[in-house]
Design a binder for this molecule. Structure first.
Ligand code: HEC
Length: 206
C-alpha cells in the first residue's frame, strides 16, 4: 500500500534556535584559573616581562652579571679608534714603523696620561725619544674633534695594550678627569706640540 505523503513521520529535530543557556559557574572558574596559571607561566619564562631581559636570559641579575663593565666598554671603544686611526702610523700591534714611533713600551703612553691625551688632541712634531729610540716626524691633531669620553677611551686602550704597564693605575673616572684637565691646558697651545712645550705644559710622569 502507498503511504499518504502527508502522514510520513519525519525523523527530524526541531529547528535550532538561540536560547539563553548559561555557562556553568564551575567551568567559568576552571577557565579563569587556567588562564591565570598560563599568564603566570608566560611571565616567569619572560623574566616578568622585564624590558631589559630577553631570551636566552632569565633574569635581570643574569643579564647584569654578563654585561661588560664601564671599563671594558671604554677599552673596546678605544680599541676601535686605535685600529681605525692610530694603527695606520703606529702599527697594528703598536710597535711603530716608518710613519710613527712605537706606542709599545713608550714612556709617552705609560707615563702622565695628560701628555698622551694632549698629543692626540694637538699632534706633535720634531725630535722625540721613544723607549730610547730617536724619531723625528710629525703627527697631526688626529683627535682634535674627540670628546673627553673618546679621548680617554683611546688613552686607556693604548696604556693597557702592547704589554704596556702604566706608571700609575687610573680608574675610568680618574682618566676622564685627567683628559679634561689636559684639554683645558691644551686650549692655549697653537699648533702641534714639541717635546719641550709638551713637557712644560704637563710636568710629572704619572
Ligand atoms: C699620520 C700618522 C699618525 C697617526 C694617524 C697617529 N700618529 Fe701618533 N705619532 C705620529 C708621529 C710621526 C709621531 C712622532 C712625532 C715626532 O716625531 O715628534 C707620533 C707620536 C705619538 C705619541 C708619542 C710618541 C710615542 O710613540 O709614544 C703618541 C702617544 C701617539 N703618537 C699616539 C697616537 C694615537 C693614540 C693615535 C690615534 C688616536 C695616533 N698617535 C695617530 C704619527 C701618527
Amino acid at each position: 500500500m502507498i503511504e499518504d505523503p502527508q502522514n510520513v513521520k519525519l525523523n527530524e529535530q526541531p529547528e535550532p534556535s538561540a536560547g539563553n543557556a548559561q555557562v556553568s559557574l564551575g567551568v567559568t572558574v576552571v577557565l579563569i584559573l587556567l588562564s591565570y596559571v598560563g599568564c603566570y607561566k608566560v611571565d616567569k619564562l619572560n623574566a616578568n616581562f622585564a624590558a631589559s631581559v630577553h631570551g636566552p636570559f632569565g633574569s635581570e641579575e643574569e643579564v647584569r652579571s654578563l654585561a661588560p663593565s664601564a671599563e671594558e666598554i671604554m677599552l673596546s671603544k678605544g680599541e676601535k679608534d686605535f685600529k681605525s686611526v692610530c694603527a695606520a702610523c703606529h702599527g697594528p700591534t703598536g710597535t711603530g714603523g716608518a710613519q710613527g714611533p712605537a706606542l709599545a713600551q713608550s714612556e709617552w703612553v705609560t707615563g702622565n696620561p695628560r701628555r698622551t691625551a694632549a698629543i692626540i688632541l694637538k699632534g706633535i712634531s720634531g725630535p722625540i725619544i721613544v723607549n730610547g729610540k730617536p724619531f723625528n716626524g710629525a703627527m697631526p691633531a688626529v683627535g682634535a674633534a674627540y670628546d673627553d669620553e673618546r679621548l680617554a677611551a683611546v688613552v686607556a686602550y693604548i696604556r693597557g695594550s702592547f704589554g704596556n704597564v702604566p706608571n700609575k693605575a687610573y680608574t675610568r673616572d680618574e682618566l676622564l678627569q685627567a683628559v679634561s684637565e689636559a684639554r683645558a691646558t691644551a686650549e692655549s697651545q697653537d699648533g702641534q706640540w714639541s717635546v719641550p712645550t709638551l713637557e712644560t705644559a704637563y710636568p710629572g710622569t704619572e
